[in-house]
Write a protein that binds this ligand. Sequence first.
Ligand SMILES: C[S@@+](CC[C@H](N)C(=O)[O-])C[C@H]1O[C@@H](n2cnc3c(N)ncnc32)[C@H](O)[C@@H]1O
Length: 315
Amino acid sequence: MAVDGWGCETPGDHEADCRDNRVDVFRSQTSVEPGRWMCFLERFRSESTVGIVPIVERHGEETMLRVYSGQSKGATSFFRNRPLLRLLLTQLAGYPRHRIKVLFHASSIGAEPYSFAAYCQMYGLTASREIEIFATDIDGGFLDFAREARYPAAVLSTMNGSERDQFENDGASVRPVEALRKMVTLLPPMSFVDATFAEPFDVVCLTNAMTYVSAAEQTRTLALVASYDRGYLVASAFHPDTIEADLRRGGYVPVEDEIEAIHDAWNGRRRDEPVTEDSPQYSWVLPRFSRIDGYAFRYGAVFRKATLPSPWPNT
Ligand SMILES: C[S@@+](CC[C@H](N)C(=O)[O-])C[C@H]1O[C@@H](n2cnc3c(N)ncnc32)[C@H](O)[C@@H]1O
């Protein structure tokens, strides 16, 4: 069976091939698509001094990095939702401030802030604006990994050419190029539930993480976020029954452009079968997109303060 250097798409007796390629392979049932055997898992070894070992999983067009540290678990990937990144860049191209400050909460090992930095370069936003990116997480080990920014080379395999150009190879691992690393400031660890900031941000991102806190903690989180965010909020995997009230209280309205494409691009979270309210997956799983009442809040991921003029003059 053909092995592309990191594994293959179908389960099979390919362990020997992978061992020949010095890839440490074991098979496991994927948690992303329960009931389906993963094509392969690979443990990444680098010269990293950080004791966190990502497990690399390939899911179609996405290379997922699964990490564990104490009680924390973080699954993340580069360019996790490309339609969302494109929409955000389009919106920011018309943003009225020259200096744009972006905060990533729950950023795990940094794939998300570095992906955003890469898109700012690829879309030329850095040529016309001063972009400052800050990232944090509840887990200090994940942030140390992000600071070192050495990732398994397998992450390149699901990137297009322009995305790949934003990385440099240092042999055992790949790193976002220095220009991107300089754009991202890793903050001390903090919980988004009680984080506060003296200076406002223009974009706050809080994706795939509010599912780990209660609906009441989500309400508290979003009230705080609204106090230090003056522009956009990017949020996903939230408690769907209370999100509209939480966001309206914070003065947010949904940005509906590309809403269905963004919804469908959350790989691994989409299910056609309904998930009941008592399921632990309720705030994680996304049903098929439909224009039910409140869909723009329930299924949305990009929100903006209603006080901002829209559309932005594109200058
Ligand atoms: C599934 S990962 C998502 C990572 C990234 N946002 C993404 O979407 O690719 C969840 C992350 O949330 C972090 N996390 C969980 N609870 C948190 C909290 N209360 N405050 C800050 N980070 C938290 C975890 O440490 C983990 O890195």
